[in-house]
Write a protein that binds this ligand. Structure first.
Ligand code: ZN
Length: 210
């Protein structure tokens, strides 16, 4: 009868409870996934005769491109996410140049991720494009940072935007990117194991190992 007038505090509570509700891992309840029989384990393994860094660089570029594109598609619905949260109530922070951890909103955090990764991937001293130029000594360290940033975006999308992804019919695309990412990260140890555990249950669901 009466439209309830929300005071600022109530509004905050309403937003919090919405985010709380989203903490249920809905993406784990998904039905059969059409993965086109892609052998991701084989796909990420370094073929003989290939420079491992060359191989890792190629996959990093591909993953960046795919995750960036997917986030672009859902970015409009992410504008309201106050926290860069992931599964298991994880909240990701951004580390500034002085090493200080900053809690940005999800759209701000993701914008920082993509701009950081774009800069690194276009840096030809890190990702050489000319024949004869070698990768720097800290190449793997730098890739680990890039890959971890991209991981935070994947975690946030599953945690907060699974319904949006389904509505946009991007479910299969997201799952394929995830499987590529997860297998790549595991094979080359570019993401700390404890981080990968956040979405390990999803990996088991998608690969039917549970
Ligand atoms: Zn979001």
């Amino acid at each position: 009868m009466f439209k309830k007038i929300l005071r600022p505090k109530d509004k905050k509570k309403e937003r919090d409870s919405k985010e709380e509700k989203n903490s249920v891992a809905l993406y784990l309840l998904q039905e059969k996934f059409e993965r086109d029989e892609i052998d991701f384990e084989k796909m990420v393994r370094i073929p003989s005769g290939i420079d491992p860094r060359e191989w890792i660089a190629t996959h990093t570029l591909g993953l960046f491109h795919n995750i960036n594109q997917l986030y672009d598609a859902i970015s409009e619905v992410c504008t309201h996410c106050r926290n860069m949260n992931g599964p298991e109530k994880r909240r990701f922070t951004w580390t500034d140049d002085r090493g200080k951890a900053i809690k940005y909103s999800a759209p701000q955090h993701c914008a920082m991720v993509f701009s950081y990764c774009q800069d690194k991937l276009s840096d030809t001293t890190l990702f050489p494009t000319k024949f004869g130029l070698d990768f720097p000594d800290d190449f793997i360290d730098q890739v680990q940072v890039i890959i971890f940033h991209l991981w935070t975006v994947i975690c946030h999308i599953y945690q907060n935007h699974w319904t949006d992804v389904q509505n946009l019919k991007l479910k299969n695309q997201l799952n394929l990117i995830f499987l590529h990412f997860f297998n790549f990260a595991k094979e080359h140890a570019v993401v700390p194991l404890e981080e990968l555990l956040l979405l390990e249950p999803l990996f088991r669901v998608l690969t039917c190992q549970n």
